[in-house]
Design a protein around this ligand. Structure first.
Ligand code: DX5
Ligand code: ZN
Length: 218
């Protein structure tokens, strides 16, 4: 099942409610929330209290992408804030299996994200425990960066592993996803597409979301 997860990182926060609702009208499947701590990535965004407020806007699943060191410290806070899916970085959590177990024990979906330089081998032991793998197609930290095309091999390798083993794991791609490359990313084997600047910097956010959705049914 193909899904669009608009990332509010590039949204106008003075108009956040309207902008999120426009993506929902346009067919957004999830809302992607990028949490950054200024340590794991060179940028700071928002945390659980802000997500809790945003939770009132829509009941679409909240897809929370934690770009923070030692995310295990805050899993419960994000659950209480209304997260439905929590994705942590392989590079940020030393006892990754324990962190995944923590997320799952709270009844949430668990994702693991890999930076461009991190190989799939590092999470092979987790494949029976996770719901989603986020392949970063940029180095995380900012919206509006260009897609690293070399991630093709990684996404295709992961798709083959998932299909060969009949695993129920979504492949999410995040960073540089645009109207002119989403079909190619789909052909690599990704099925959940995070789109930040491509949607929120558009003049008509609802129409733009619809265009992305349209690309996925073609
Ligand atoms: C990057 C974030 C992304 C970001 C994507 O570190 O994880 O979710 O918002 O933005 P675009 O689509 O503009 O590359
Ligand atoms: Zn993200």
């Amino acid at each position: 099942m193909y899904k669009i997860s608009p990332s509010i990182l590039s949204a106008d926060f003075s108009n956040i409610k309207e902008d999120i609702l426009k993506t929902v009208e346009g067919g957004a499947d999830y809302i992607h929330l990028d949490v950054m701590d200024g340590l794991f990535v060179p940028n700071i965004t928002f945390g659980a209290p802000v997500i809790k407020k945003l939770r009132k806007i829509t009941n679409k699943p909240f897809d929370v992408h934690l770009m923070i060191e030692k995310p295990e410290r805050f899993i419960e806070d994000f659950k209480d804030a209304g997260a439905d899916i929590i994705t942590v970085h392989q590079e940020a959590s030393i006892h990754l299996h324990r962190t995944i177990t923590q997320i799952k024990s709270l009844g949430l979906k668990a994702g693991v994200s890999l930076n461009p330089a991190t190989p799939i081998e590092t999470i092979k032991h987790l494949l029976n425990d996770i719901d989603m793998i986020l392949i970063m197609t940029v180095n995380p930290g900012f919206g509006g960066q260009g897609l690293i095309k070399e991630m093709k091999e990684k996404v295709m390798e992961l798709r083959a592993i998932i299909d060969d083993n009949n695993l129920d794991i979504d492949i999410q791609v995040d960073g540089g996803v645009k109207l002119d490359n989403i079909e190619e990313l789909k052909s690599w084997g990704a099925n959940i597409f995070v789109v930040g600047s491509g949607i929120f910097k558009a003049k008509d956010i609802e129409l733009e979301t619809k265009k992305y959705k349209q690309k996925l049914i073609q």
